[in-house]
Design a protein around this ligand. Structure first.
Ligand code: TXA
Ligand code: MG
Length: 320
């Protein structure tokens, strides 16, 4: 059975999490993006357990979470560009994919033996836990593989209530979408997954152009898999009307369609940050056996809307 512990008593939650992690057990921890299923990245048993309970394919590497640049530099080759980005955006929702240093104790399962390492420094309690553990935590989102990422502790329990898992409850995630992933290899910047840190912000900070990874390049980051982040029901995008027997996910100040079985609005004020924070929770609330589809209103393709549309497109993609 999973156990929930509130982060209100910060030191208690921190100590419990650290103790479990040091025993090689995964712990579900809050981050500013989504909840993560964390294990010590050097502990093969902990990492294997993460893959097992998520049902995640082992070719899909995990992000290593660090408490800052000093810890990152032990595991990754930093250059002026990556260091500048880390200094500017960490702690925060930016993951850098960098060349991995050789001879570190990061387990091969974490990096899928790609020669690169995905690394980010989260905010708040997650960062405190990493500092207390003293080494990186591998943490994918705390959901079953292919499903929606959890933005509150209840979502984690929905997927893992039967597991012997400690879940640290810190309320709803602030950002609500997974981190932006950018690779910085040989001076080239490539966006692997859009997020709340935008290409424009990254280009402004480092003064270089960011390429977007095309669909033909193979899987650079399996978050790029076409079907991902999916609710149970079919998802239909850019709708102006609701299909029969369907749920409606609106955006902006248009009224709900009369025929919708259930309806929610991501942000009546058209605020993209609010929409991102609500996205996964609302898709889960609308989902169910009783509907034919979830129909989603158009979301503008600008700023955070790019990341929201990216996740919605994967949610709408044909499933295997
Ligand atoms: O916001 C986030 O990034 C959250 C929180 C928990 O930190 N984590 C998260 O992890 O979204 P996950 O495992 O669901 O997604 C990580 C993505 C995957 O698409 C993976 O393929 C990619 O990062 N990734 C990790 N290491 C990589 C590497 N060395 N090269 C390319 N992609 C990598
Ligand atoms: Mg995930």
């Amino acid at each position: 059975m999973a156990t929930l512990i509130s982060s209100d008593n910060n030191s208690n939650a921190l100590n419990e999490a650290v103790a479990r992690l040091k025993l090689g057990q995964p712990v579900a921890i809050p981050t500013e993006t989504v909840y993560g299923l964390a294990g010590i990245a050097s502990n093969g048993q902990a990492v294997a357990k993460i893959f097992q309970i998520k049902g995640r394919p082992s070719f899909n590497p995990l992000i290593c979470h660090v408490d800052g640049l000093v810890m990152a530099s032990k595991y990754a080759h930093l250059c002026q560009i990556s260091e500048g980005l880390a200094k500017h955006f960490w702690p925060g929702p930016l993951t850098l994919v960098l060349r991995e240093k050789s001879g570190t104790n990061i387990h091969d399962l974490v990096t899928a033996d790609l020669g690169t390492i995905g690394i980010r420094c989260p905010e708040g309690l997650a960062r405190q836990i990493i500092s207390a553990v003293g080494e990186p935590l591998a943490a994918p989102s705390a959901n079953k593989s292919g499903k929606l990422s959890p933005t509150n502790a209840g979502h984690v329990l929905d997927d893992f209530k039967d597991q012997d898992l400690l879940v640290i409850d810190n309320g709803p995630s602030k950002v609500g979408l997974e981190s932006t992933i950018i690779s910085v290899i040989d001076g080239h910047l490539t966006l692997l997954r859009p997020g709340s840190v935008t290409i424009e912000q990254i280009e402004t900070v480092c003064g270089l152009k960011v390429k977007t990874a095309g669909n033909s390049t193979g899987i650079l980051a399996p978050g790029m898999m076409k079907s991902h982040y999916a609710p149970r029901s079919k998802v239909l995008l850019n709708r102006t009307e609701c299909e029969p027997n369907s749920a409606w996910l609106g955006f902006g100040n248009q009224p709900f369609p009369d025929n919708a079985v259930r309806a929610l609005n991501l942000s009546p004020d058209s605020n993209l940050a609010v929409a991102a924070a609500n996205l996964y929770a609302y898709l889960k609330q609308l989902d169910g056996d009783d509907i034919a589809s979830i129909c989603v209103a158009p979301i503008p393709m600008e700023e955070l809307g790019i990341a929201i549309n990216d996740r919605l497109t994967r949610a709408a993609a044909p499933r295997n």
